[in-house]
Ligand binder design. Structure first.
Ligand code: SF4
Ligand code: SF4
Length: 352
């Protein structure tokens, strides 16, 4: 048996990172308390659509349901939904006790802790913040998250133009990422793969759909995502380097975008523009950072000790999983959960 079972690992955040950590702790016989502020587990991942067409497209979103089922049946552990972290008591050897508060009633309870894992995830960039692409003002401009919602609701018909004809869709990549002007000079890691999967889904589901993807750079790690890009090219998806700066509604219907192709400005008409919005630090990161004394980096994500110790916070006894230390795809989150649990076990064994 590892460690003292009167003390629990506290996991703050019940999205895919927190659930992955909980599942691995339980497999290793370590009790945990998972604290989720909202009223549901699963985080953003649960809001994404399955992108399978003839076959699975390996987006890994459905992992969240397996994780949730496994975690719900873990013995000697608890899940507190609608609770938030309110205070901690630490010593030189790490976290000792944690208080959590019920969001609705304010009622607090204290838990004896052996470690604390931050898994609070990210917030999606809100394009209204930059006001440049007409999101929320121009009909037909939506985000990748909105498109996922439409696909999940089996409502793709509502994308088609009236009167019906071919559906021309453009994806704008790196919206709210790789952008110094908003303090987000980083890649959000997930949005190239997600946009390509969504393009393939649209082409498969909507007859006469044409897709163009405007990008700055393409983040396609591993063979799976490179194969997806090849498949998309074979199916006619256009990849165009450069992100148009302006979208204008046309009187006759549709949206005009001006892009630079081979040094020339070219105006094109689309029915829908999908903004591939990036990952931003969670709005609760600053408050949690204060409670724990866990520093944030220049972008507002949680800092880790070194490049080679990328799951321990400089604050003793605090570990960081998933995208709250830097933007991450689902496979990255799963890897970081494994590294966090290995680090906790190593530290508990070292201390005993
Ligand atoms: S991995 Fe993604 S595409 Fe494959 S079945 Fe799961 S949700 Fe669908
Ligand atoms: S994953 Fe692709 S779209 Fe997203 S920020 Fe990185 S390069 Fe841009």
């Amino acid at each position: 048996m590892i460690g003292n079972h009167d003390r629990r690992v506290i996991i703050v955040g019940g999205g895919i990172a927190g659930l992955a950590v909980a599942r691995l702790l339980s497999e290793n016989g370590l009790p945990f308390t998972l604290v989720e502020r909202s009223d549901k587990l699963g985080g953003h991942t649960k809001d994404w659509a399955c992108m399978a067409v003839d076959e699975c497209k390996n987006c890994f979103c459905c992992l969240v349901f397996d994780y949730e089922d496994t975690v719900a049946s873990c013995r000697n552990s608890e899940i507190l939904v609608g609770y938030e972290l309110s205070s901690v008591v630490s010593s030189d050897s790490g976290i000792q006790r944690v208080k959590v508060r019920q969001v609705d009633s304010g009622a607090e309870q204290e838990i004896q802790a052996s470690a604390l894992v931050l898994a609070i995830g990210f917030d999606t960039f809100d394009p209204v913040d930059k006001g440049f692409w007409g999101y929320g003002q121009i009909d037909g401009v939506l985000t990748l998250a909105d498109l996922n919602h439409i696909i999940r609701s089996n409502d793709l018909g509502k994308l088609s133009p009236v009167p019906e004809g071919a559906l021309d869709v453009a994806f704008f990549q790196c919206i709210g990422s790789r952008d110094k002007s908003i303090g987000a000079n980083y890649c959000s890691q997930y949005c190239c793969g997600s946009a390509i999967r969504a393009a393939l889904k649209l082409i498969h589901e909507v007859p006469g759909c044409n897709v163009s993807i405007f990008y700055i750079d393409l983040q396609l790690p591993g063979k799976t995502t490179r194969d997806l890009m090849e498949e998309a090219q074979e199916k006619g998806v256009r990849f165009l380097q450069g992100v148009p700066g302006e979208i204008r509604p046309l009187q006759e219907g549709g949206l005009q975008v001006i892009s630079e192709i081979d040094g020339q400005n070219v105006a094109e008409r689309f029915d829908r523009i999908v903004l591939s919005v990036g990952q931003r630090p969670s709005a609760s990161a600053a408050a949690i950072s204060k409670i724990l004394g866990a520093p944030l980096n220049e972008f507002g994500f949680f800092e880790t000790r070194t490049l080679f110790d990328a799951v321990r916070s400089p604050a003793n006894g605090v570990y960081i999983a998933g995208s709250c230390s830097s933007p991450a795809s689902i496979p990255d989150v799963a890897v970081s959960a494994g590294t966090v649990v290995s680090a906790i076990i190593a530290d508990i064994e070292k201390a005993s």
